[in-house]
Ligand binder design. Structure first.
Ligand code: HSE
Length: 410
């Protein structure tokens, strides 16, 4: 018998206990041993829960109980999760977490701590909810040199954009629906402003490229400024707006990494990933392109990945899983001003605009349908730095720029 403790009984934590109770027989068969949840840590009481007698408010009881082999951290955030996870690893307990903020911020340190203590620190649920992606990257694709990972990593924003695109629904209503459905973070700013996607692409890039990439090194832009006008403009030339998180290894050895709304052509498989679904495109030298697709958020899909990690952890109590990356390498992230693509630009239209656009951007492709007040167009290839400078030139001539969105090829 191996004992498990679950820290946190929110959306994911309650899913973990529910799934464990529901599928216990097959979970134990796959683990090859009997398992039980000995503790559930939460500051609240749950007297009607089938495991009501396991609830505790005392973390010390858990961390000091030698019978607890695996601790599941599903509290989220950094405090107290970080100190709890550290204490568990220092006290001989393997840890499974769905907490992307924790892994993106302290992953290298916690992986080292786990390694030094011959324990496992597993976090399949931290990226892509129920989609298997951490294990495929660290095991199934380990023979490859991976050179690009790009995907839709946030269910809430994908749900919002899908509703804006297909139903013409407002941003606010779509966000409220996503919150009701349990997709959004406690503070939905982490979803809509891109931090959640940023943490996830940092985890994937750290795993793929072998050294920690911290979120503060990543250019991150959310979807707050995307308007229904932009959605319609993208549609008019066969494009779809998606919040893309991408990381690639450049020829100079640096990693180019960003999170931003992008316009994808409808021929891209990622352009068809809708609602709460996530998809991750991975490019490797032997495999070519491979796509992972599924439910990227929600109680049971996330619990599915957490419980699978628990099974893996109990099966590897004294044989570590090789999941590791080193700490950050100074200067390894490329300056985002060097990123090059073409851009959709929407700006004020007056009698000077067309002439100015031609002199600043050269030959552009205009998008029809903006009436007399606005003009929109697709620029030739340009770097981020160049685009910013060009938009400044327009602004200096009194032409307000309302929107710039990268048009990318995936
Ligand atoms: N808020 C996250 C999302 C939850 O919407 O994708 C899963 O990480």
């Amino acid at each position: 018998m191996k004992y498990i403790a679950v820290l946190g009984h929110g959306t994911v934590g309650s899913g973990v206990t529910e799934l464990f109770i529901k599928n216990r027989t097959s979970i134990e068969r796959k683990a090859g041993m009997e398992l039980d949840i000995k503790y559930i840590l939460d500051i609240r009481d749950f007297p009607d829960h089938p495991l009501a007698d396991r609830f505790t408010k005392d973390f010390e009881k858990i961390v000091n109980d030698p019978e607890v082999a695996v601790v599941v951290e599903v509290i989220g955030g950094l405090n107290p999760s970080y100190s709890y996870v550290k204490r568990c690893l220092e006290n001989g307990k393997s840890v499974v977490t769905s907490n992307k903020e924790l892994v993106a911020t302290h992953g290298a340190e916690l992986l080292k701590l786990a390694k030094d203590n011959n324990l496992n620190f597993l976090f399949e649920a931290s990226v892509g909810g129920g989609i298997p992606i951490i294990r495929p990257l660290s095991q199934c694709l380990s023979a490859n040199e991976l050179f690009e990972i790009a995907g839709i990593l946030n269910g809430t924003t994908n749900y919002i954009l899908t509703k804006m695109i297909t139903d013409g629904i407002s941003f606010e209503t779509a966000l409220a629906n996503a919150q009701e459905l349990g997709y959004a973070e406690r503070n939905p700013s982490a979803d809509v402003d891109g931090a959640d996607s940023c943490r996830k692409i940092c985890i994937l890039a750290s795993l793929a490229f072998g050294h920690h990439i911290y979120p503060d090194k990543v250019y991150t832009e959310g979807i707050r400024n995307i308007s229904l006008k932009d959605v319609e403009a993208a549609k008019s030339f066969g494009g779809v707006i998606k919040l893309i998180a991408a990381a690639s290894r450049l020829e100079n050895g640096k990693v180019q990494i960003f999170v931003a709304p992008c316009i994808l052509n409808k021929v891209s498989q990622l352009s068809h990933v809708d609602d709460v679904f996530n998809a991750i495109l991975v490019k490797g030298d032997a495999i070519g392109d491979v796509i992972f697709y599924g439910r990227g958020a929600g109680k049971m899909p996330t619990a599915s990945a957490v419980v699978a990690d628990v099974i893996d952890a109990v099966k590897h109590i004294s044989a570590r899983k090789m999941l590791y990356w080193s700490d950050a390498i100074e200067g390894s992230v490329e300056d985002f001003d060097k990123f090059q693509t073409s851009y959709y630009v929407r700006c004020l239209r007056n009698e000077k605009t067309a002439k100015l656009v031609a002199s600043v951007f050269g030959s552009v492709n205009y998008i029809e349908g903006y009436g007399d007040a606005e003009l929109s167009f697709i620029t030739p290839l340009s770097t981020e730095g160049e685009l910013k400078a060009k938009c400044e030139q327009l602004k200096a001539e009194g032409i307000d720029v309302y929107s710039t969105i990268r048009v990318i090829d995936l």
